[in-house]
Design a protein around this ligand. Sequence first.
Ligand SMILES: NC(=O)c1ccc[n+]([C@@H]2O[C@H](COP(=O)([O-])OP(=O)(O)OC[C@H]3O[C@@H](n4cnc5c(N)ncnc54)[C@H](OP(=O)(O)O)[C@@H]3O)[C@@H](O)[C@H]2O)c1
Length: 272
Amino acid sequence: MDVKKFKEKYGAWAIVTGASSGIGEEYAQQLAAMGIHLILVARRIERLIKLGQQLEEKHHISVKSIECDLSKPGFEVDLLKNVEGLDIGLLINNAGMNIEGAFYRGGFERNQQMMYLNMHAPFILAYHFAKVFAEKGKGGILFTGSISSFQSYPYLTHYAATKAYILQLSEGMHYEFKDKNVDITCLCPGITLTEMAKGMKPNILTMEVAPVVKAGLEGLGKTSSVVPGFVNKAMIGISRHLFSRHANLKFNGDMMKKTLPAVRKDINKKSL
Ligand SMILES: NC(=O)c1ccc[n+]([C@@H]2O[C@H](COP(=O)([O-])OP(=O)(O)OC[C@H]3O[C@@H](n4cnc5c(N)ncnc54)[C@H](OP(=O)(O)O)[C@@H]3O)[C@@H](O)[C@H]2O)c1
């Protein structure tokens, strides 16, 4: 990647949501290494502060850490006030949560929290910053979707639906903002070894976080969506081009039933 060009287009500051762990933390690491100043956003402020201090020392950048629950309606009022005056050129719209298991697992409130966090918050931030960047004549937005953005996953039903929304939003915006010199891309990872995938042992389907994030940063400005890793790309390519939606739905449902312990427990329960 041409770091000079990247900084010219997406500097001086990047805002990274969900920077306290996993993919967001890795985005912070890789952007800091390019000399981009960072605004780190998540609920666990002590983690953000520690990470920020490490990155400031190591890469001689400035870091602002903001404690924010992105699932709370109205979160943007304080957040946007906090970043006023900073020359932000890149939004990493990454924070997210999942709920695995049968449809009613997690309950209504947690499902609603997931809707706000996975769809509402990225939309609000993209709505705000796409305009800022278009007026500036440059900038970028990276969404974090998932391979489940591409097709339905029973027993991950609602999560996959939130990620389908993100991919559609991102792709449409990619097209509309291209001639405004604003790059918009959706990174669609498969299983990535973060807190979200805790307990998973590395196997052919899992990826370390660093190459996933690298693929996202390299895809920005080049394409509307990025599926990182050969195995994930092959899986999505084969399922989309060789099988019907219905066949994929059945395959995914049967596979989830067999592989997710939470699903097996739910299926054996008598009540919903
Ligand atoms: N890991 C995978 O296998 C995988 C695969 C495909 C897509 N993804 C997507 O990748 C993104 C990052 O997830 P990850 O894998 O890096 O998992 P992770 O390690 O659990 O990170 C999730 C991040 O989101 C933040 N977050 C959660 N709830 C929040 C809230 N209410 N307000 C603000 N921030 C919140 C967390 O910070 P706090 O808890 O400190 O708030 C954390 O920084 C998500 O959008 C996820 O859907 C992950």
